[in-house]
Design a binder for this molecule. Structure first.
Ligand SMILES: [Zn+2]
Length: 412
C-alpha cells in the first residue's frame, strides 16, 4: 500500500511531500504547491503544515500496574510504600483485570504517538505467570497497531526461595517473554543478582532491562557493576539500565568515570522523570534532590539515553498521561536537557533502548511517524498538542483526535 503525506513540515522548516510504500519511506521531496489531483481518500493525506517527526516509543511502562491508583493507595508516597502496597494487592488481580487496564494504558500511549512500547511485568511465586499470560494476550490483540515488548520483572533472586523465582523467569521465557528484568538494588546480593540475570538472558539469547540504583544512596553500585560485568563477559545482547538515580548523588568525577564505563559497555540508560520525581527524596525537607540520573555525565560520555513514562496512575505514581511529550517536557525542566534532545530521548533513544531500527524522515527509513499541529519540536514538547496522526509500518494507526475526516478514512 502506498501512502502520500502532503505538506508535511520538517523540523528545519520546509514543507515536503512524503511517499511511503508498505512499511518504509520511499521519497521525501519539496511539497508540490499545485497537485494535479485532489487527495485520494484513503491514499493521500494533506497534513497542511503539521510537523512530521519520527514517532516516539515508550521504553519503560508497567502495564500490569497501570490505572490502579484509586484502589491501591500509597500513603507514604515513597518507593518502599509503593512496593508494600502493590505486593499486598497483586495476588487479588484477575487476568481479565490485567488485560483490561493494560489495553487501556497501551491504547493511550498509542493515541499519543507511541508505535512501540516496552512494559515490565511482575513475576513472583505469589502470582506465578498470570501477569505474563495477560500481557501476552494484550500483545497479540494489539499486534496489528503497535509493537509490545515484555520484560519479566523479578525480585528475590538472591533470597531464600530465589531458585523458585529464577524458575519462573525461565518458564516465562519459554512462554514468550522478550526481555529479562530485575531489581538488583533491593536484592540481598545485587552483584550476584546481576550475574544471574546475565546468565539466564545469555542462555536464552535475550536482552536485559534492569531497574538499577533506584535510590539516592551514593554507595549503590548496580549501574557500574552491570557495565563492568557486561564488558567482562562480552554479553552480546542489548542491555538497558533503567532509573540509575544514585548516579546523580555521586561526586562529579565518579559520575564521569562510571558514565565512561557505561558508554564503553554499550549499556543504555532509561531516565524516568515522572516516577522518580514523585517517589524520591520524600524524607529530605531542605534542597531535595530531583531524583533523576546524571544526564549530563551520561551525555558527555556518549551513552545512549532514553526517556520513559514508567508508572501510570498506580501506587508508584498517581498521575501521568501516557504522553511522551509529558516525559520530554519533564526531561527539559527537571533534567535540563534541550527540548530537541529531550524529544530524541523519547523517540530515537527509546527505539535504540528497545533494539528497534532507527527512524528518520528520509528515504529508506521505517515509516514510524507522528504528525502533530506544531511549528517545531520544542513547541510540540511545550504544548503537547492534540490532533495527532500516528503512522506505524506505513499505516495510519492513530487518528482519534485528528480534526479532518481524512485521518479517520485512513484508519478504515
Ligand atoms: Zn519501572
Amino acid at each position: 500500500m502506498t501512502l502520500r503525506l502532503r505538506n508535511a513540515r520538517l523540523e528545519d522548516g520546509p514543507l515536503v511531500d512524503v511517499i511511503i510504500d508498505d512499511a518504509r519511506i520511499t521519497s521525501v521531496g519539496p511539497a508540490d504547491p499545485n497537485p494535479a489531483t485532489e487527495p485520494r481518500r484513503g491514499e493521500e493525506l494533506d497534513l497542511a503544515g503539521s510537523l512530521l517527526v519520527p514517532a516516539p516509543a515508550e521504553p519503560h511502562a508497567h502495564l500490569d500496574k497501570a490505572l490502579t491508583a484509586d484502589v491501591v493507595p500509597n500513603p507514604a508516597g515513597d518507593l518502599g510504600g509503593a512496593i508494600e502496597a502493590w505486593l499486598a494487592h497483586r495476588p487479588t488481580i484477575t487476568k481479565a483485570d490485567y488485560v483490561e487496564r493494560a489495553t487501556t494504558a497501551a491504547e493511550l500511549s498509542l493515541a499519543n504517538g507511541c508505535t512501540a512500547l516496552r512494559t515490565h511485568v511482575d513475576l513472583g511465586v505469589d502470582i506465578g505467570t498470570t501477569g505474563v499470560e495477560a500481557m501476552l494476550e494484550v500483545k497479540a490483540a494489539l499486534g496489528s497497531v503497535m509493537d509490545l515488548q515484555l520484560v519479566g520483572l523479578v525480585a528475590g533472586l538472591t533470597s531464600p526461595g530465589g531458585a523458585e523465582e529464577l524458575a519462573l523467569v525461565r518458564e516465562a521465557l519459554d512462554m514468550g517473554l522478550d526481555v529479562v528484568g530485575g531489581v538488583p538494588h533491593i536484592e540481598a546480593d545485587p552483584a550476584r543478582a546481576i550475574d544471574l540475570v546475565l546468565e539466564v538472558a545469555g542462555e536464552y539469547g535475550r536482552p536485559i532491562d534492569l531497574h538499577a540504583d533506584e535510590n539516592l544512596d551514593p554507595a549503590s553500585h548496580d549501574l557500574e557493576t552491570l557495565a563492568r560485568r557486561v564488558s567482562a563477559t562480552g554479553f552480546e545482547h542489548p542491555v538497558v539500565a533503567s532509573h540509575c538515580v544514585a548516579l546523580s548523588m555521586k561526586p562529579e568525577a565518579e559520575q564521569h568515570r562510571i558514565a565512561e564505563a557505561v558508554a564503553a559497555a554499550g549499556v543504555m540508560v532509561v531516565s524516568l522523570p515522572q516516577t522518580n520525581l514523585y517517589l524520591q527524596a520524600r524524607n529530605i525537607a531542605t534542597a531535595p534532590p530531583r531524583g533523576l540520573t546524571a544526564l549530563a555525565a551520561l551525555r558527555r560520555a556518549g551513552a545512549v539515553i532514553a526517556g520513559g513514562g514508567d508508572n501510570l496512575r498506580d501506587p508508584f505514581c498517581p498521575v501521568g498521561r501516557a504522553d511522551p511529550m509529558e516525559t520530554a517536557s519533564l526531561l527539559v525542566m527537571a533534567g535540563h536537557l534541550p527540548p530537541d534532545a529531550a524529544y530524541h530521548c523519547v523517540s530515537g533513544g527509546a527505539r535504540a533502548a528497545m533494539g528497534l531500527e532507527p527512524v528518520a524522515i528520509s528515504a529508506g527509513r521505517p515509516a514510524e511517524l507522528l504528525a502533530l499541529p506544531s511549528a517545531s519540536i520544542s513547541g510540540a514538547v511545550a504544548a503537547a498538542p492534540g490532533g495527532r496522526l500516528v503512522i506505524r509500518r506505513g499505516r495510519v494507526v492513530g487518528a482519534a483526535r485528528w480534526s479532518a475526516d481524512e485521518g479517520q478514512a485512513l484508519l478504515e
